[in-house]
Design a protein around this ligand. Structure first.
Ligand code: HPA
Length: 273
């Protein structure tokens, strides 16, 4: 399935008619950032299911609405709930949210997710600022005819996770009490967690953490020239590192444990970028 420029425009037009302002910063929140969404001031919510040409969240713990509002005076639009390949969406469909946020006027994009640690020095509850990614699935959200209004057919992604924003995130981490790393995120489609052999391979390839989201969003942002800051909450050691089986409850439990501190940290970042 491919989409025309008009498809995205129609979606953005509907949202603009209901939005209170043009947002400066877009946020796509993963597991563990529920409390952050509740700190948005003067919120105006639009459920995804009411937006023509948008997608609908099916993942557990993902609310499924756009929230416009302010954080420390900055105008934000927040996607509370994101879309994943394992829900059955194609990579091309996964280009929709970020392209629509771009059409709404955002100038920067912040992405968060839950991830499993591959790096043995990481611990559940740590935060990883994503410096780069590995995605060996061979698929791309930019597959199909190029839409030149968004960007060039062939585009550079060597500094996709914008160094300047990463530096700000590192600066903001001081005095938060959070353990912050910077590392490489490796994408797996899920919904199964990885095998221990896949995790050993991921480590050899240079991954520090693994997860099932974010890369389609950062690639879409890079294509249309949006600076990106992406961060993982490490919710578990990846498969085979401990003898415990992986489960979604553990991911959500650790996500909830760091949520308050992480939300404070995110607020500082939104204020500073
Ligand atoms: N693997 C993939 N995705 C994840 C994990 C994991 O270990 N933890 C949280 N999201």
């Amino acid at each position: 399935m491919t989409f025309s420029y008009d498809y995205y425009l129609q979606c953005a037009k509907y949202i603009k008619e209901r939005a209170p302002f043009e947002p400066e910063i877009g946020l796509i929140l993963g597991t563990g950032l529920g409390p952050f969404a509740s700190q948005i001031e003067n919120p105006v919510s639009i459920p995804y299911k009411e937006i023509p040409n948008f997608l609908v969240s099916t993942a557990p713990g993902h609310a499924g609405k756009l929230i416009f509002g302010t954080i420390s005076g900055r105008k934000v639009v927040c996607m509370a709930g994101r879309f994943h390949s394992y829900e059955g969406y194609s990579f091309e469909q996964l280009s929709i949210p970020v392209r629509v946020l771009k059409l709404l006027g955002i100038q920067k994009l912040i992405l968060t997710n839950a991830a499993g640690a591959v790096n043995l020095t990481y611990h559940p509850g740590d935060i990883m600022i994503i410096s780069d990614h590995l995605k060996l699935t061979g698929d791309s959200p930019m597959k199909g005819p190029n839409i030149p209004e968004f960007g060039e057919r062939f585009f550079d992604i060597s500094a996709m996770y914008t160094p300047k924003l990463r530096n700000i995130a590192k600066e903001c981490a001081k005095d938060t009490g959070l353990r912050i790393h910077e590392g490489v995120y490796m994408f797996f489609t899920g919904p199964q967690f990885e095998t221990p052999a896949e995790i050993r391979a991921a480590r050899i390839l240079g991954a520090d953490a693994v997860g099932m989201s974010t890369v389609t969003e950062s690639l879409t942002a890079a294509h249309c020239g949006l600076p990106v800051l992406a961060m993982s909450v490490i919710t578990n050691m990846a498969a085979g590192i401990t003898k415990d089986a992986l489960c979604q409850e553990e991911v959500e439990k650790v996500g909830d444990m760091v949520a308050t501190n992480f939300s404070e940290y995110m607020k500082k970042i939104v204020q500073s970028i």
